[in-house]
Design a protein. Structure first.
Length: 400
């Protein structure tokens, strides 16, 4: 017999978005909320770049999931595998059904390792790593330390991914370390980017051009890694304009996989029909689903065209909560998300370029009287210590 539950609000995903929304709803006096997520550990993922660069221990990035679930919220420790928006039901991997009146989708993003043939088979060994998994970030640092000469490749895939600056951040941290060790002159560093410039906002892109030049990094624009040949220790990179391919040897490689919405969401009517990556189709300002008014989405799984970062979630969560409560009260949805996102780009050990921007694709600084359109040491301390404190103590508690 199928087990059935029902809650007024069901939140799919217990990451930064799900916990932030749940906490804000509780603080607003809303009750009968459930969070669906199978993970037993909760991670502050932005720290993984610093772990991979040897600037932080992995242990600082995690806490028990139960410790961040807001009091008064039911935690359902199972995985969602299907959703029926017409019946207002969610199916879990154990076979049970959870009914809802309102649904908040923040199921995160899927790492599609298999879309780069040969990558999954060599991850974590033979010099190949990726800071996109907690267990691999410490290995990135090990491989960086072990690399004393040869070639190092850092890549970013095409399409929307979480923390699009991750490929560059670790490249700069590695190069800065090798320079301090007197090894950089013996290492041929390559950065493979699918974009035509270093960054989508010219003010920040120009600074990053200088950073890459400072380290002597070979930047391959409009290109991406399409295959890994671990037996011969090279990657295949393709020029996305001409289709031409070439081989690039590596002794150490940090590779970022293509990403998309979870497969089960791609198959649902919540997915944006015009998006092959299957992200949940929403109004980019109200965060409400375009076809199902009792559904909202935020974070990495949402189709809004902002960069997929924790900073974006921090601005999206209050908009979702205000508009969800308005929908529950049959009132107009007045809260608006303007696309704010932030990418603290580590350009060296102790230096960060804080790139803040919104839907206008122009700088959108949030800190008064500080010029963030340059590399700064104080922004390093913000990333290393200030932002983790903000995350654990304020954001996850619905206070920031």
């Amino acid at each position: 017999m199928t087990t059935r539950h029902h809650h007024r609000i069901v939140i799919v995903g217990g990451g930064s978005a799900g916990i932030s929304v749940a906490a804000r709803l509780i603080r607003a006096g809303v009750r009968d909320i459930a969070v669906v997520d199978p993970a037993s550990r909760h991670y502050y993922q932005p720290l993984w770049t610093l772990v991979g660069g040897g600037c932080a221990p992995i242990e600082e990035s995690e806490r028990p999931q139960r410790s961040v679930i807001p009091r008064g919220v039911r935690w359902i420790g199972e995985r969602a595998v299907a959703v029926d928006p017409m019946a207002r039901e969610l199916t879990l991997d154990g076979g049970s059904i959870v009914g809802y009146e309102y649904l908040v989708m923040c199921a995160g993003i899927q790492l599609d390792w298999q879309r780069i043939p040969g990558l999954a088979e060599t991850l974590g060994r033979d010099g190949v790593s990726s800071n996109y998994l907690a267990e691999l970030a410490p290995r990135t640092w090990r491989f960086i330390r072990e690399t004393k000469s040869g070639s190092a490749v850092f890549s970013m895939p095409s399409g929307a991914i979480k923390c699009a600056g991750a490929a560059q951040k670790i490249a700069y941290l590695a190069a800065d370390y090798w320079r301090a060790q007197g090894r950089l002159r013996d290492i041929d560093v390559h950065l493979v980017l699918p974009t035509p410039t270093m960054f989508g906002i010219p003010e920040f892109s120009g600074i990053l051009d200088g950073v890459a030049a400072r380290y002597g990094i070979n930047v391959h624009f409009g290109s991406e890694v399409t295959r890994v040949r671990a037996d011969r220790k090279y990657v295949v990179i393709r020029d996305n304009t001409t289709g031409a391919e070439r081989e690039l040897p590596y002794d150490m490689a940090h590779l970022v996989p293509p990403q998309s919405a979870p497969d089960w969401l791609k198959k649902s009517t919540l997915a944006d029909p015009g998006d092959p990556a299957g992200y949940v189709g929403i109004d980019k300002h109200t965060m409400q689903h375009t076809r199902h008014p009792n559904v909202f989405a935020l974070g990495d799984v949402a189709s809004s065209p902002n960069s997929k970062t924790g900073a974006a979630v921090r601005k999206q969560a209050p908009v979702v909560v205000r508009n969800l409560i308005a929908a529950m009260n049959v009132s107009p949805l007045e809260a608006r998300y303007q696309g704010y996102s932030s990418c603290p780009l580590t350009t060296a050990r102790r230096r960060v370029l804080l790139a803040e921007f919104d839907y206008s694709m122009r700088p959108a600084p949030s800190i008064p009287l500080i010029d963030t359109v340059r590399e700064r040491t104080d922004m390093w301390y913000l990333k290393r210590h200030g932002l983790p404190f903000l995350y654990w103590n304020l954001m996850l508690r619905g206070r920031a």
